[in-house]
Design a protein around this ligand. Sequence first.
Ligand SMILES: O=C(O)c1ccccc1NCC(=O)[C@H](O)[C@H](O)COP(=O)(O)O
Length: 430
Amino acid sequence: MTFKIQSRLHTHAHRDSHTVNFSFGIDFTYMESLNVLSSSSTAKPGLSSQQILKKSTFFRPIQQTLMPRQTPNRKISIPILKAQQSELKDGSATVSESRISEGDALKVKEWEVGMFQNEVAASQGIRIRRRPPSGPPQHYVGPFEFRLQNEGNTPRNILEEIVWQKDVEVSKMKERKPLFTLKKALDNAPPVRDFIGALKAANSQTGLPGLIAEVKKASPSRGVLREDFDPVEIAKGYEIGGAACLSVLTDQKYFQGSFENLEAIRNSGVKCPLLCKEFIIDAWQIYYARSKGADAVLLIAGVLPDLDIKYMTKICKLLGLAALVEVHDEKEMDRVLQIDGIELVGINNRDLETFKVDISNTKKLLEGDHGERIRQKGITVVGESGLFTPDDISYVQEAGVKAVLVGESIVKQKDPAKGITELFGKDISL
Ligand SMILES: O=C(O)c1ccccc1NCC(=O)[C@H](O)[C@H](O)COP(=O)(O)O
């Protein structure tokens, strides 16, 4: 059963020196436009929206009580709004106790911004939605809390799930470390190394694509790749084996990576420039990656609208970082080629929505006009994912890549350096 019920709540904060009060309004016009109040279960001929609302199972009158809260410097009162438990016949919806704070009001605003981003992204053919369209996370909604399992708040695929999760994660991290604090930390960050230069140098010295070797413990599609995972040891092995650069997964929830791993590799004396392999949706993350010693970051065109890519590549340039802009299909390639200043493009052979891997994707995206424009612009192309054998490497090299990004096939090897030699069919360490 699919429900098209949404709440749109306006929060107004009025503050005097000691008390914070909130009042709530419901945008009936908006709800009507969403067909909310005329659903078969609530529509009653001759009733106004407000009357329907009073009768609705979801929108029962709520009681407001004030609860004093102690803060170190002052005592504030915030309303605790109690909504009655409400269940649909199939038990899929609940309305539960809620309180709203200034922080939550801000989250509602953030969610609204996300909705605008969703619209812009969709107009550019991006399928990944930045935030769940059915509303902010449960405790941000205000006096009504809904948890409806419907298509609006269920991610459509793993990439969307990761992005939604990242959005919550990043907003918490930003609260702990706002940009101005983060910028100060950059003064102590280690110097940036030339990521693209290292790939080009390896390519011209070996005649083979420069290798970005991935330090990855697990992935959503493959599960745990290596139980005895020591990131620094693996990184050192990759360097000995001839990797030009390293890619370090920093996402914890889906890849069991961390920024500690990135920092530890950076501080271990490994000289290969480091790509922070993250799902970047906010420029703050670029500064954070830099503060942890990254030399490059990943920007995924399937997630980021054009303006974000433009703005983020500029921030990367300001910070001296390389931006690896990743595409998976022709439409994304078209979008990226229209953006000035992009020097490094990754073609992912893995469809991040379905997990399907097909290395002929690299060839397909480098044929014809795309290949021509890439050469004209002097863009370095990286073939990513699903590369296991010397034949795979030759195949993408013939297609036109000057670099490859490889994870699974080498990280699984007990001796990562030997894994690299097997992957290329020869020793590429110089
Ligand atoms: O690999 C996944 O399951 C995955 C799922 C969702 C988003 C990204 C994902 N992987 C990122 C990558 O594409 C790879 O880590 C990278 O290209 C290396 O691929 P491989 O050599 O096949 O390990």
